[in-house]
Design a protein around this ligand. Structure first.
Ligand SMILES: C[S@@+](CC[C@H](N)C(=O)[O-])C[C@H]1O[C@@H](n2cnc3c(N)ncnc32)[C@H](O)[C@@H]1O
Length: 277
């Protein structure tokens, strides 16, 4: 990318360890937010920065954010808008209902987000959350977790002018075959699925190796105490203490569930393509 950044109308907001550092050193507030060295970073372009970190600020992802295992920067799209009212959208060319986010406005935000990031999309993808995108899956979460960070554009209204998506070589990712009002919830889902794969975030890394999709199958059913609940017992094999028999039972359950609920995954698994999805 050869574009040079514009002077931003407002600083992006950072969450996690970086926020603490800025508060401790007020002079840094005058400088560009920096990427904490080595920390996986999500940069979010949104009309609703107050929606972040949202659920990501809680529990394990929240603790990992505080510890600096990953970080989050929000860029308020409104601040890149035009005129006194900071307009960000306009009517669709060719007519029709709704509004479309303008290419020039989104471009300014993307240039700001591009600061301190590598231009190589394999190292730092730029994603537009969109119902017409490629379905998000565990393989994509693994790919994103292996990158240095991710810039995510949250759409609103009827979406984004196609020209800015083409200009930046933006990858479109869908959360599923339904339409939400904005890209903020899908962005949080993508970040959650991604950062939990970063070593140290879950505490017990092994738990990501033995769950749904890790080997192309859905996970086996889980049980815990009490041993009998409402007349229903835990399958006796799970209390046998025989680890080999337990592993065999779990595998058989996982295969049966996958064949029943996800014929697509089952077919891929049987064809040998389901490994390490
Ligand atoms: C109302 S939707 C726009 C829908 C668009 N006019 C269409 O028919 O494809 C507004 C924004 O919500 C986000 N969005 C909605 N559904 C989504 C999904 N299934 N996956 C990812 N993002 C979604 C996108 O960022 C989109 O630009």
């Amino acid at each position: 990318m050869t574009d040079t950044p514009d002077t931003p109308p407002e600083k992006p907001k950072s969450h996690g360890r970086l926020k603490v550092q800025l508060a401790a050193q007020p002079r840094d507030l005058m400088e560009e937010p920096r990427v904490v060295k080595g920390a996986w970073t999500a940069k979010i372009i949104t009309l609703f920065p107050e929606a972040f970190p949202g659920i990501l600020g809680l529990s394990l992802t929240g603790k990992a954010l505080d510890f600096g295992l990953w970080q989050l920067q929000t860029l308020d799209l409104r601040t890149f808008g035009d005129g006194k009212h900071r307009n960000v959208d306009d009517t669709p060319a060719g007519g029709g209902a709704g509004m479309v986010l303008r290419a020039d406005v989104v471009h300014r935000a993307l240039r700001m987000a591009a600061l301190n990031t590598p231009p190589d999309r394999a190292r730092w993808p730029i994603v537009y959350l969109s119902p017409r995108g490629k379905p998000f899956d565990q393989a994509t979460a693994r790919r994103f977790a292996g990158c240095e960070g991710l810039t995510m554009l949250c759409g609103r209204f009827e979406g984004v002018d196609q020209r800015v998506l083409d200009h930046w070589g933006i990858e479109e990712i869908s959360l599923g075959d339904f339409v939400l009002t904005g890209g903020e919830l899908p962005a949080q889902a993508v970040i959650d699925a991604t950062v939990r794969l970063i070593p140290g975030v879950l505490g017990n890394h092994a738990s990501t190796e033995d769950e749904s999709f890790s080997d192309g199958l859905l996970e086996h059913p889980q049980y815990t105490r009490p041993a009998v609940w409402e007349g229903r017992e835990i399958p006796s094999v799970l209390t046998s203490g025989n680890h080999a028999v337990v592993a065999k039972w779990r595998r058989a359950e996982a295969e049966a569930l996958t064949a029943d609920r996800r014929p697509d995954l089952w077919a891929a698994h049987q064809a040998g393509k389901g490994v390490k999805r």
